[in-house]
Design a protein around this ligand. Structure first.
Ligand SMILES: [Zn+2]
Ligand SMILES: [Zn+2]
Length: 269
């Protein structure tokens, strides 16, 4: 029996790009689901969240982690079916300190004239929590740790340990020139490392300081951290399916056990 069942519902960075060019890898923005025996965990609320929501039928108490509050990581929230159900409790957790609180940023996204429904009127029971550097917390059966990433306005990476297995998800993140040792050690020995690799090595020099890495940086972090498998994530909206195929091929030459995330990808640990 696996401890973690992981599903990718949105793999794209910045903006949704549906259409014929992206039909195999998908066009929705950041959203993952981690199902354990005791708890469903949602990781980011990009547009992929709406399709996840359509699968939820029973009353639930779930945990939603937000890496940060850029649009491509929260824009699915107002359209998530779970928030319109009074038999749902959603614990929303961010590791991302902002001037305004997590709650006020999400409220701001659901205010007239940008959205017809105010967050205060949502039927679901919502809680808002922030975890800070070097803190851990637990959901039943799983320890969740966090690390600060390098990204404009900040971002938070999460590590999930349970049942002797480990899964690490880092988005959005730009490697530093010397590869930040605190991040390498955070990822150390992960069975699966899922990481923002928005650029090719050729694109990266023109995007220094934009807060994202190349697939080559991802391979290097996976190698240094001795990760079991590398998942490339947060795809560039300009990259069509053929471009993603080519990135996967080049990445596997650097780190053999690499997979390019696509919508619907399921992993078990
Ligand atoms: Zn992003
Ligand atoms: Zn971002």
């Amino acid at each position: 029996m696996s401890h973690f069942q992981i599903r990718y519902w949105g793999v794209r960075g910045s903006i949704p790009v549906p259409g014929q060019r992206t039909v195999r890898y998908g066009g929705n923005t950041s959203c993952l689901e981690i199902q354990t025996e005791q708890r469903r965990i949602i990781l980011d609320a990009g547009t992929g969240l709406t399709q996840l929501g359509a699968t939820l039928k029973q009353p639930e108490h779930l945990t939603m982690l937000l890496s940060h509050l850029h649009w491509d990581h929260i824009q699915g929230f107002p359209f998530f079916s779970g928030v319109y159900r009074k038999d749902f409790t959603i614990d929303i957790v961010s590791g991302h300190r902002v001037d305004n609180s997590l709650e006020s940023v999400l409220k701001g996204q659901m205010q007239e004239p940008n959205f017809p429904m105010n967050m205060d009127g949502l039927p679901a029971k919502l809680t808002f929590n922030e975890i800070h550097e070097h803190e851990q917390f637990e959901v039943p059966g799983t320890v969740i740790s966090r690390v600060a990433l390098h990204h404009p306005n900040g971002s938070t990476g999460f590590r999930f340990d349970g049942g002797g297995k480990s899964f690490v998800h880092l988005t959005d993140h730009e490697h530093t020139p010397e590869y930040d040792e605190s991040i390498i050690s955070f990822c150390q020995g992960a069975d699966i490392l899922s990481i923002d690799t928005m650029y090719t090595p050729e694109m990266y020099p023109n995007h220094v300081g934009w807060g994202h890495s190349s697939w080559l940086h991802g391979c290097e972090i996976a190698r240094r951290a001795d990760a079991g498998q590398l998942i490339l994530f947060h795809h560039n909206p300009a990259h069509d399916d053929e471009a993603m195929d080519a990135i996967g091929k080049r990445s596997r030459a650097e780190f053999a056990n690499t997979l390019v995330a696509y919508e619907g990808l399921e992993l078990e640990l």
